[in-house]
Every structure is written in C-alpha cells, then in structure tokens.
Write a protein that binds this ligand. Structure first.
Ligand SMILES: [Zn+2]
Length: 428
C-alpha cells in the first residue's frame, strides 16, 4: 500500500561518520504491538537521557543508534483500522481474491524457502514468491546494505520471552556460536536483573524451532552483524495484547538487553597503547607505535590490527601492525620532513566490530616533526643565520660537485652562487 517505513538515527556526530552502529527494529509482524513500544522506548531513552545517563552517554560517544519501530506499516495500520484485524501478522499485499499478505519474517534471502516457512498463500507464514519479493524487506535490506558500519541488530517480536540468535533456518551451530553466546547470555542476565523475568536464550533453530528467511539470519549471515530476535513478554496469558501495565516494565527489561549488546560489542577488543611517540619528534626519523589488544568476544581477523595515519591532512594510509607476542603489535609512523604533521590512530578488527584507540572512534593523535628543525640557511647549524653561514657558502662557491649533497645551493640551481648568498641575507 506504499506507506513509508520510518527510522530514527541518534548520534552525536554528522551523518556518514563511520562509527559502529546498532539497529533496533520492531513490528515486522503487524500485531506485535509490544515490539513497537519496546523499540520506541529504546529511541526515547537515547534521545532523552544521553547526557544524564552515563551508560547511554558512553555508548553515544562511540557509536550511533538506528531505530525502526514499525517495519510493516501497512499491516500495522490494518491492526488499528476499523474493519481491520487486531491480530493481523503479515503485510497487506493482495495475493488474489480475498487472500492477502506475505510474512515479512520469512521473506529474507538467507535460507529462504526452508523449514518453518510456507508456500501456501493463505498461511500466516507465507514466504512470498521469492526472497525479497516484498517492498518492506527490500527497503530494510537496502538500508542495512547502505550502512556497512552497522555491527549489531535486535529484531523485536512478541511474544514468548525468548532471546534467539542465529541460525534460525538450521539447527546447525553458527560458526560464531561462542561469540554470540558470550554476548547473548549476559543479555539474558540483564533482562532478568530488571524485573526478574526469565527469557529463554539460545540459537533460534534449536531453541525455538526452524524458521527460514528471517531478517536476523540475513543481517548476521550476509552483513556480519551480531544479530538476533527477542520475543518479548509474555508467555501466553495475554499474548499479543499486552496489558498497559506491562508495557513499561517490558520495555525496560529489553532496553537492558539492548544496552548489554552494545556495551559488550564496543568493549570486545579494547586497545591499549603501550608505546607511542610524544607530540614532537625529530624530523626525518620514523616513530614506533606499539599496542596491546586482547579480544574478548571473537578473535582478531587476519592482519586485523592496523596503524592508520595521514601526513599533513592527506590521504589516510594504513599499515598492518606486526605481532610481537603477548598480544602486542608494532608498526612505524613514517619519517617526516621538518614541520610536517602526522595524525594517527590504531584500529583492531574482529568478526563483528572494528574498535579504535585513542578513543573507540577514529580520533587521532597529532605528531609534529620539529626537534632538529632548522633554517636551511643556517648552514653551520649554529642556531643563527649569520656571517659565518656566508663564509661557509663562499667556501662552496661554484658548481655543486654532488648535487644531492650541496646544502649551500639553497635555490637548488646546481650552483652555489650570488642568488644563494641573497637568500642567506634575507634570512639573516
Ligand atoms: Zn513476530
């Protein structure tokens, strides 16, 4: 029906900043209003409390947050409409006759068509004619692809009190099961700490049952994001129609899970700078940088620790830092000419996230070469341009014997001549 899917970007930085980003999505299934309120609460917390809550402030210092409360706006509208259906699940595509709707959480491209999805058009889990046959899944897919800085994703549904991570389409363990559990179990604990509610947690296929073509299999499996599905309250007493008294406590416990995912990922490969040059260095001398990083969620990728710099504001350069044992890595910043400036930072890349030092974002140290910087006309290095330098120049007067080693030829003409004397006089 063409309704717009609206999202909220919450950040301290200009759009396009390549900070790690998290995305929280809801209402892929129209009737699951508790997921709408949960995602709205997440957005509300980040907007309202980003200066007064130190945990929220810390996340927004290092990351940005996207929230899409309603991914199925046509279906959602239908659950409110007079003559609609409060318990409608799918989108509102007209299939034929009086048959409507594709299940937007069976329409994604990883594992599409498998178990737990239906080819029957009237089914509540009808997967569509092909992966990404629906404009809603295409729109969300294209948004995610356009934001390669996305590192974490929770898709909220109701109900059942489950926290499910990939895979959904198979019971085979994902290659990142250890990392997913390393973040997932603390998320489960964080939920329980708020209101003592127990959410069952684990890989979706073996914990809940097979469901093929889900959004989070795709965001994890094709985009490398840490992803999963939370089925919020309750376990069946009220089902999709949550009593108003439970909306806020439900939102708060799921906000706690969301915060835990963000904090765990942002802290998953902290970098300690163990050796760094001071802000002033000798000219024409390379500087050594050493760091230490011990990833705690997933391992570093090959060549995953890199020194990045630019010289005098030019193009960013990158060098793989060499492992020197004890989780330490070393690389060199280039030698610079006098008064040049280099800006540098270090990044560490693991499966899910690139972390940075000095801060967990691309913030640089500045380094200026000045130490032995001297006026080229100070030929004898006395610290002054004076008559002694003219005397030095007169000794070398005439054609340069070795043009590469002819410091008195200040204008690089090939001769030490009166023009060079003129330059010394100007600097005197
Ligand atoms: Zn759902």
């Amino acid at each position: 029906q063409g309704r717009v899917i609206r999202g909220i970007r919450i950040s301290r930085y200009p759009a396009g900043t390549m900070l790690p980003a998290f995305i929280f999505t809801g209402t892929l299934h129209a009737r699951e209003w508790a997921s709408t309120m949960t995602t709205m609460w997440i957005a509300d917390q980040f907007v309202e409390n980003n200066t007064i809550d130190p945990r929220i402030a810390a996340v927004l210092d290092s990351a940005e947050v996207f929230v899409f409360p309603v991914q199925n706006p046509d279906g959602y509208e239908y659950t409110w409409a007079t003559g609609g259906n409060r318990l409608w699940r799918k989108n509102r595509r007209l299939i034929s006759g009086t048959t409507y709707g594709v299940d937007l959480n069976r329409n994604w491209g990883l594992g599409w068509g498998g178990s737990g999805s239906s080819g029957t058009t009237s089914s509540d889990t009808y997967r569509g004619t092909a992966a990404f046959s629906e404009p809603e899944s295409v729109g969300m897919r294209d948004f995610v692809i356009a934001h390669p800085n996305l590192v974490g994703h929770i898709d909220f549904h109701s109900y059942s009190q489950l926290w499910l991570w990939p895979w959904s389409y198979t019971t085979t363990a994902s290659p990142d099961q250890t990392a997913l559990a390393a973040v997932g179990i603390p998320m489960q604990t964080a939920i329980k700490a708020i209101n003592q509610k127990t959410y069952t947690a684990g890989p979706s296929g073996s914990t809940y049952g097979l469901t093929a073509g889900c959004i989070d299999d795709w965001t994890y499996g094709t985009q490398g994001m840490m992803a999963g599905t939370i089925e919020v309250r309750d376990t069946g007493t009220y089902g999709f129609v949550m009593p108003t008294s439970e909306i806020l406590p439900n939102a708060k416990e799921n906000f706690a899970a969301s915060m835990t995912m963000m904090e765990k990922l942002l802290a998953s490969s902290p970098i300690t700078i163990t050796l760094a040059p001071g802000s002033l260095v000798a000219d024409n001398t390379a500087s050594t940088v050493e760091v230490q990083t011990v990833p705690v969620v997933s391992t570093l990728i090959t060549n995953g620790v890199r020194l990045k710099w630019n010289l005098d504001g030019g193009t960013t350069q990158s060098a793989v830092m060499t492992s020197i044992g004890s989780n330490k890595y070393r690389a060199s910043l280039p030698a610079m000419a006098c008064a040049s400036q280099v800006s540098w930072f270090v990044e560490a890349e693991t499966k899910f996230i690139i972390t940075h030092a000095p801060l967990n974002k691309p913030t640089s140290f500045n380094l200026t070469a000045t130490n032995s910087c001297r006026n080229p006309a100070d030929l004898d290095g006395s610290g002054f341009v004076d008559a002694a330098d003219i005397g030095y120049m007169l000794l070398d007067f005439g054609p340069c014997g070795d043009p590469a080693n002819c410091i008195a030829d200040l204008d690089h003409s090939g001769d030490v001549d009166s023009a060079d004397v003129g330059l010394v006089l100007l600097e005197m």
